[in-house]
Structures are given as C-alpha cells and as structure tokens.
Unconditional design. Structure first.
Length: 506
C-alpha cells in the first residue's frame, strides 16, 4: 500500500512570520468576501499556486499536502481541500469546516486538541488510526468524529481495548448520572403538593437510610423483617414440637403488615406515582406481598366448595406461596453486591446465553455417547439418553452426585472427557462475567459516594446559608468527595489488575 505524502509540523517556523501578513475570515468579511469581483482574483492569485495547507490546531501548526488530503475526501480536511481547490463559494464553505482561515498564508485554524490531532495526522500519513491512551474513550470518540472519522477506522491492535474502555466510560458517564440526579431531585421536590414538609421528611426516612438516625433505624428494621420473613417461610415447612404453627402465622402476618405499610407509605409519598410503580425495586416489593393477599382471597372465595375443587385451590395456594421467595430480592435495597449481581446478569446476557449453549452442546454429545457405551452392561443406570442428561449435567458442572455412574473403562474415559470439557467451558465466560461484576460493583460504589457527597453539599447549602464559613465547609466536603473518588478508583484499578484485566484504562 502506497502511503500518501508525509506531513510536517511548522510550530518551529511560527517565529518567522512577518507581522501584519495574516488575514483572517473575520477581517476578510468586509473586504475579501465583500464582493465576488474582489474575491476571485485573490483566490486565483493565492490558493491555486499552493499545493500545501497549513493546519493550525490548538496553536500547533502542521503542513499537509493537497494530495494527502485528497486520499480521504470524506474527512473534514479532505472536504476542506476540495472547497479550497474549487475556489467557489469559499467563504461559506470554509466557515463550515474550520474556525478561521488566513487565505493569504493558506492557513486554517481549528480550536481542537493538538495532542489528539497527532493521531489524526498519523491516520492521514499511514491510513491507520491508533487510540490515544491519555484521553478517555468518549472524548477520543468526539475528536475523531469532529475530523470526520469513525470507530471503524480504529486499527485492530487498539480496537478491543478501545471498546472495553468505552463501555466502562459509558457506565461511569457523568452526564447520564447528572441527568439521573436531576430527575431524582425533581421527584423529591414536594413543593406545591399536599403537606410538603411532612412528605419530604417521610420520603427521606423511607428512601435515604443514611440521612438521619430515624432513617437508619427504619432501614435496619426493614432488613430485619425481610430476614425474619425468609426464616419464617423456611420454618413453616419444618415439623417441630416446640414451634407452634400459630406463632409462625403470627410472624407471617406481622411481616406482611410491615411490608404493606412500607409500600403504601412509599406510594403515598411519591411525587410521580406512575414512575414509582414502574421502578424495579418497587415491583419486587409489590410481588413480595401480593401472593399473601391473593391466597387469602382464593381461600375465602372457595371455602365452601367440594373436595375436588378444594384440592385444586390448594395447588394454586401452594404455587402462590412459592412466590414468597421473592422477598429475598428485597435485600437488594440494602446490598450493593446484590444490585451489582443484577446489573451483571442484565449486561452479560450474551455471555450467559453462550455459557448455556456450550453446556447444552456438551450435555447432548456426552450423554448420547455414554448411553450407547453403557447400554449393554447388566444393571446399568443409563436407561435412556434423556436419563443420561442428568449425569452429563452433574459431570460438566463438576458436581458428581454419583447416583448415575459408568462401569466400563470406555465409559469412564468418556466421563473424564466430559468433566474436563465442563471445566474448560465454564472457565471461558465466567472470567468475563467476573470482570463485569467487578466493574458494576465499583461503579455503584462511586455513584453512591457521589450521591452522599451531593446530599452533604445540599444540606450545607440549605442549613448554613447564613454562616460566614460556608465556603470553607463546601470546600472541605468537596475535598472529601474527591478523596473518596480517588480511593474507589485506586481500589477498582487494583482489582482489575489482580484479575489480569490490565488493559482496562482509567
């Protein structure tokens, strides 16, 4: 591949310019571009005689030949070369492509990063675009898009790291977080509503466990009731002489009463109830209490029916009681790890699907082979291929219950290959999922730290508006927030380094 002509920087030649020799677009607006009669001779005298362009990016000057720029006509500089060489309607065309221009010196000004432009310059020279490590992925994307390039132009050696870096940057997108916080502020603004002060204080107690002693007490009680409810659900299935069923029923009613009161209070205090009901956490809270009331309704409506209908109702009630296990998800309100796990599963659905696909293929192959190897053995436990699926599943996941096992030597060799393939298959996606979980966990930690510091700043500005030392207090809070962010970042960097993901850039 023939490389286009090279370009060189003219930053060292800036001192050689004669004063008063430059003419900008702003000054030419009333002279050079005042009429087509005056514009034409100047352009014919200056531009066609030059085969090179001086590109001034952020104060650094580069000379690029027209032949080089013509190799990339879809980029910003390629379009600039076309506009200048055409010498038609050059004023409006240049103003759309550059910030200013000196037509006498054939110099064009761009108010962009000169460091990032070196990578753009390398692309014009070699046709290969590398990623600037010192710049975050989103900022680098903005730079290359400004110059008319896209992500597909990034060379293969940098592409994988760039997209992973971009993904993490989007997860920590400050603009997106700011929009979420603004929406949260709008949701928490109770001015103009009924009993605004009472609703504001009650909302802080219900939704912000660290805002006050009452909020911390309420959060602790809520978590205790969740744990007691889960334990009570398990103890109901155990027959113990010292544990009377009425006591368990009373605990169940008490927990349901607490969950119901908590949900109703949140619903009454919510500014936007439709948005409140669409929240995942609130949907989980609703699903945790609905089975209890549906069970009571079904039992009350079918209390006098025949035995067959009662049996059917009993099955429905048992299914509804199984839904009480959803109460365990309520712990996600109080656990960053559980929320991170949910985010990881939601973001890694492709990896999870790939894992299930690998397991399905392995189970199908090894169960079929093992069945045909063991079917002629007297007293074999491999009675069918579907029956061998259970053996292949426990073997590939390295559980090995031992209820179904091969007896022949060939069958044991097949079992060894099944176990070995299971280890390899599980190891491939698990590493990706683990890295994603670590990133999600520290992302939530950073957001929680930012939210705490934001609440502290709001509280200082609200309660200390008349204090002369408020600026000092705000600076202290801001300094603490920066230190918290740096500590979280260092922990995240150490975590990714220990897991071998040293190509995640920060």
């Amino acid at each position: 591949m023939k490389s286009p002509p090279c370009c060189m920087s003219l930053s060292s030649q800036a001192s050689l310019e004669e004063p008063g020799s430059s003419t900008s677009l702003g000054s030419l607006e009333s002279s050079v571009f005042s009429s087509e009669e005056e514009q034409g001779p100047l352009l014919q005298r200056v531009i066609p005689s030059l085969d090179c362009f001086t590109i001034n990016v952020g104060g650094s000057r580069f000379v690029m030949s027209q032949q080089t720029l013509s190799c990339y006509p879809d980029t910003r500089l390629g379009k600039l070369a076309v506009v200048v060489s055409a010498a038609r309607d050059v004023a409006s065309g240049l103003l759309e492509l550059c910030d200013d221009a000196n037509l006498v010196e054939n110099e064009y000004f761009f108010d962009r990063s000169s460091q990032a432009f070196h990578y753009i310059l390398n692309y014009y020279q070699t046709g290969r675009l590398h990623v600037m490590e010192q710049l975050c992925a989103l900022s680098f994307l903005q730079e290359i898009q400004y110059w008319g390039l896209d992500e597909l132009s990034i060379d293969s050696c940098c592409r994988d790291r760039y997209f992973r870096r971009k993904e993490l940057s989007e997860a920590l997108d400050i603009k997106k977080d700011a929009e979420e916080l603004d929406a949260q502020d709008e949701e928490e603004d109770f001015s103009g509503s009924l009993c605004p002060n009472v609703r504001q204080k009650l909302w802080e107690v219900l939704e912000k466990p660290g805002s006050s002693a009452a909020a911390r007490t309420f959060g602790t009680l809520s978590m205790v009731f969740v744990v007691v409810s889960i334990a009570n659900m398990a103890l109901i299935s155990v027959e113990l002489s010292w544990l009377a069923p009425p006591l368990l029923d009373a605990l169940e009613y008490l927990c349901i009463a607490w969950f119901t009161a908590e949900f109703v209070l949140r619903l009454l205090c919510a500014r936007d109830r439709c948005r409140f009901l669409r929240s995942v956490a609130n949907i989980i809270d609703l699903l945790a209490i609905l089975p209890f009331y549906i069970t009571l309704l079904v039992e009350s409506l079918c209390g006098g029916e025949s035995s067959q209908e009662l049996e059917n109702v009993g099955r429905i009630v048992q299914v509804l009681r199984l839904l009480r296990a959803l109460r365990m998800l309520k712990l996600g309100r109080h656990s960053t790890g559980l929320r991170s796990l949910g985010m990881t599963i939601a973001q890694c659905y492709e990896e999870v699907g790939l894992l299930l696909l690998f397991l399905s293929v392995g189970i199908s192959i090894f169960s079929t082979v093992e069945y045909f190897v063991e079917q002629g053995v007297p007293g074999t436990t491999f009675t069918s291929v579907p029956g061998a699926w259970w053996w292949a599943t426990t073997s590939m996941t390295t559980v090995g219950y031992g209820d179904i096992r091969p007896d022949t030597t060939i069958g044991k060799v097949v079992a060894f290959m099944c176990i070995l393939s299971g280890i390899l298959v599980l190891a491939l996606p698990i590493a990706i999922i683990n890295d994603r979980f670590s990133a999600c966990y520290f992302t939530l930690k950073i957001k929680e730290a930012a939210l705490r510091q934001r609440e502290a700043l709001k509280k200082l500005m609200k309660n200390s508006s008349s204090d002369s030392n408020i600026n000092v207090n705000l600076r202290d809070v801001y300094a603490r927030s920066v230190m918290d962010m740096l500590r979280l970042k260092s922990r995240e960097r150490a975590s990714t380094r220990s897991s071998g993901a040293d190509d995640f850039w920060f």
